[in-house]
Structures are given as C-alpha cells and as structure tokens.
Write a protein that binds this ligand. Structure first.
Ligand code: PMP
Ligand code: GLN
Length: 380
C-alpha cells in the first residue's frame, strides 16, 4: 500500500478559473490579460520556432537573452550585471522561485515572508524544509514596520522572500521600506529573494527600486523577473534570475535538475523584446492605467469601496458589510450567482488574517470590464 503523502494545497487560481468556466463567468480572477501581447515579439518567437531553434539551449539560457537581460536592467534600473555569471534564464518566475528556495534553504532554516503573499510561496518554502516566519501586512497601506521585523528575524533566519510590487495588494515598497528590510538582512546576514515580476507595471509616475541596489544588498539579493508580466505574455513562462556569481553557482545547480532550460524560440523573442524603447513601456503602463481607472470608477459607481492600485493588474474592493461571511463567501456568490470570477485576498494570508478584500484583474478589454460591471450591478 502506498504511504499517505502530505498533500499540497490547490492553488486559488486553478480553483477560481475552474469555477469561472463552470459558470460561464467573466474571469477577473487569475491574472492574465485579454491582450495577446506585442505582435512583433510573437512573430519573432514564431519565426524562431519555424526556422529551427528547437533543441536544448544552454542550461543558463541563450547568451543573447542573458546579454539582453543585463542590458535591460542596466538601462531601466542602473544595475551592473555580468551576463556570463550573474544572469540565468528560467521557465517563468515560478521556476526561479522554486529553484532558489530548493537551492538556498536547508531543512530547519527560518524564512521570513510577508502576507499577503503570492500563493506559491508558502507551500514551496515548506517543501524545501523551511520554517516560515510570517509578517502580516494590513490594508490599506500594507507597510513594513520595524517592530514586526524585529519579531521575526532571528539567528536562524536564512532567507527573506519579498514581492515588490506586491501582488495582490497592488502596492509598492519604496526606498524607506527597502532600507529598513536591507538593514535587517545585513544585520542578520540573510539572503533576500526578491520577486520583482511586476517591476514595469507601475502607475502614476511611481518608480521601482530594486532591493539589490541598496547598500550591502548586491551580494545577498536574488532578483527574479518575468517576461510574462513585462510583455503581457503570461503563457510563455520565460523568467530570469539575477544574483552575484557566488549565489548564482548555487542557484544554477537547482535549475539544472528542475527544468535545465526553457524553449529557445521564446528566449530569442524575449531577448529581442527587452530592447524595446521607453515608448513601449510607457504605452503598456498607460493602457493598463486606463483599464484600472475604467474598472475602479465603474465599481465606485456601483457603490463598492475600491482600494488604490499603484501597480500590478489588480484592484481590491472591500466587501465588509455586503452581507457575506467573508471574502471567500463573497467570491463564491459572485461567480455562481452573478457570473464574475474574482480572488479572495484571504487566500494570500496563511491564517486568513484579512478576510474583507476581493481582488479583481483589470488587464482586460473594455468590453470585458463593462460586461463584468454590468453583472456586478446586481450585487449591490
Ligand atoms: N510572482 C508573482 C508575485 C506573480 O504575480 C506571478 C504571476 N502573476 C509569478 C510570480 C509567476 O510568474 P511566472 O508566470 O513568470 O512564473
Ligand atoms: N500570477 C497570477 C495571478 O496572480 C496567476 C498565476 C497562476 O495562475 N499561477 O493571478
């Protein structure tokens, strides 16, 4: 007889997308855009596929992409990365995160996490043998504070995992938050794994500060990015990891046994895309900001209380007082009765510390947003 395995949870994105399908709902749950992504990058990927980029590319990624990643982050974030030793291509940010956790955590090591957190973090930390130490961040500001950090950092802390900008909060940690965290990392000699997949999706003139750029953090930060978010190509699963060469050697060991590599035609197309000029990035942000405003003003007209969104593809609404036990119950009714799928934010807290927020994805065509709003009119 087989042993009984400790089960992993089912991701909320899979659960909600299934429900969306079952109910024929407008899906504002899982974060993916209606937009198919830039045509020239897709054509480039298709041409590379047909013209023969189809065998295993190098384990660390195509040199052309690693060079393009280094040049991209030098231009946009002032980082100085050696493409030969400090950049690695992964199959999405997810692989980068899983690999980094497997590579860097020994069973029993403590890992500092911040809730709300992307739902893959906690199961991955636990499977790597890490002991989670979670700081609860609360709406509407979701700020870090010194007392909370002082409570979770100990001599056993090996790693801190930060997501900036923060999904699902749609907030941005700025210089002051990062300086505070960096001080703790230096003081306790901790590695920071920084998931910065939303670094380009920031609105209203906000600026992304990479944690790696803070004093004393260059050698102890593993930075993670994703072409899925940069180019609205979530299905491509092309990610990148950047770290100092000493850390990278360890990260590469995990990557070689996880996926080894990532489809070469997609890597070639992403290398081309990363050279895009500022107009692309400004246009992308302006387009999403318009969609954010369309959904936010529609929801406010219906009477919802909408939290500000500084970044990401997500808006949060406060469902307190709408007659439901919590956010999960609200989402169940919303999808089953009104035909709109959304994500309960409590799914991003280990202990459901916050249960009154619902996340809606606005990376959608106007018609999709309007259809969702029409259906949601019945809720209020
Ligand atoms: N981290 C965060 C914070 C995310 O929001 C996402 C996906 N939206 C990922 C990681 C996963 O990225 P990828 O699809 O490149 O694996
Ligand atoms: N990152 C996406 C989100 O936050 C979902 C990715 C997934 O489905 N795993 O909605």
């Amino acid at each position: 007889m087989n042993p009984v395995f400790a089960d992993l949870p089912t991701t909320v994105f899979e659960t909600m997308s299934r429900l969306a399908q079952a109910h024929g709902a407008v899906n504002l749950g899982q974060g993916f855009p209606d937009d198919p992504g830039p045509a020239d990058i897709r054509e480039r990927g298709a041409r590379a596929l047909v013209s023969g980029w189809n065998q295993y590319p190098p384990m660390m990624g195509l040199p052309v992409l690693r060079e393009s990643v280094a040049a991209h982050y030098a231009r946009h974030q002032g980082l100085d990365l050696d493409p030969a030793t400090e950049v690695m291509v992964t199959s999405g940010a997810t692989e980068a995160l899983a690999g980094a956790l497997l590579a860097l955590i020994e069973p029993g090591d403590e890992v500092v996490l911040f809730a709300p957190m992307y739902d893959a973090y906690l199961p991955l930390v636990r499977r790597a043998g890490g002991v989670p130490r979670i700081v609860t961040l609360r709406p509407p500001a979701f700020r870090l504070d010194e007392a909370a950090l002082a409570e979770v950092f100990t001599a056993r802390t090996k790693l801190v995992l930060l997501n900036n900008p923060l999904n699902p909060a749609a907030t941005l940690f700025g210089q002051a938050d990062l300086a505070l965290l960096a001080r703790f990392c230096r003081c306790f000699d901790v590695v920071a794994l920084c998931d910065e997949v939303w670094e380009h999706v920031i609105f209203d003139g906000g600026r992304h500060v990479p944690l790696m750029s803070l004093p004393g953090m260059r050698e102890r930060t593993v930075k993670v990015g994703s072409a899925g978010k940069i180019f609205s190509l979530t299905g491509w699963k092309v990610g990148f990891v950047m770290a100092d060469a000493r850390l990278m050697r360890v990260l590469a060991k995990a990557h070689q046994f996880l996926t080894f590599t990532t489809p070469p035609n997609l890597q070639e197309a992403v290398a081309y895309g990363l050279d895009k000029d500022d107009a692309y990035f400004e246009g992308m942000r302006a387009g999403y900001a318009r969609s954010r405003d369309r959904l936010a003003s529609g929801l406010r007209r219906l009477g919802f209380s909408v939290l500000p969104a500084q970044a990401t593809w997500f808006l949060n609404v406060d469902v307190t007082g709408l007659g439901h036990a919590d956010d999960a119950a609200f989402c169940e009714t919303l999808v089953a009765t009104h035909g709109v799928a959304a994500i309960p934010v409590s799914a991003f807290y280990a202990d459901a510390a916050v249960r009154n927020l619902v996340r809606l994805c606005f990376a959608k065509a106007d018609a999709t947003i309007d259809a969702a709003l029409e259906r949601m009119a019945g809720v209020m």
